[in-house]
Design a protein around this ligand. Sequence first.
Ligand code: CIZ
Length: 303
Amino acid sequence: MSLSDLQSEIRALLHERNAILLAHYYQREEVQEIADILGDSLALSIEAARTNADVIVFAGVHFMAESASIISPDKTVLLPHLGAGCPLADKITPVSLAEARKKYPDAAVVTYINSSAEIKAHSDICCTSANAVKVVNSLTDARQILMIPDGNLARYTARFTDKEIIPWEGYCPFHHFVLPEEVARAKAEHPGALFIAHPECNEAVVAMADFVGSTSAMIEFCRKTDVREIIVGTEIGIMTPLKKQNPEKIFISPSESLVCQTMKLITLENILASLKTMTPVIKVPEAIRIPAKRALDRMLAVR
Ligand code: CIZ
């Protein structure tokens, strides 16, 4: 079946099932093209809660589908490929977090949204790459902050707070392994270009950036800037909305590392199969959902 036939069949089945397709910016182009909503993980979950669809098909990774289930427990959440996990989220377990809590009994635990529901449930508050600094500074009673599971985001956040940040040594293997030499080469090849980086990139790469921000912040930055060439230090899927929104601009990826293999496990074929069989379902048990939602709600209350 051709890509466009698959796309049409999916759209028809979405309609039939009263379902909505959410796609993350890191998804394949052909998946992004037919999504009802395209966005970052948090925006997608919030939008999902607002619709009256009965079914949410999440074209993203496991923790994102879990977040949708946490926020919308009455909806059926489908993740078309169960192998679509997040290697960063896997860098921490409830046991290792409990050990760290014992080691730093006074520290507040700030958990990046890229984590499992169970880890969120054991956290004081969540954050995203867009609001990490605000979240940390909102914790007026805490002097020490254990930031999990992304060490690069923790070190970046530490630059904007007086609090003591204890970074967890997890990382996203796609962002972390972008090399400063690769960025330097892209800059040399495109001397007029700006370089924008995601805070999941390593410190040396972040230090080379003209702008650092979350995926949504990067998209906004690219829309506003008058500079025509931009080197983009995040996952390659973001090129789809960037090119669509800014056809006159040139976007360059600095590294072959920036392809998230698990995001790419979601295909039109498995989205269609998922809608036909109404599996695999992601359902967060209530004992985890309620404390995980508390950590998410605390984050959403931070202004
Ligand atoms: O939260 C997300 O969607 C991710 C993975 C990154 C970002 O910066 O938006």
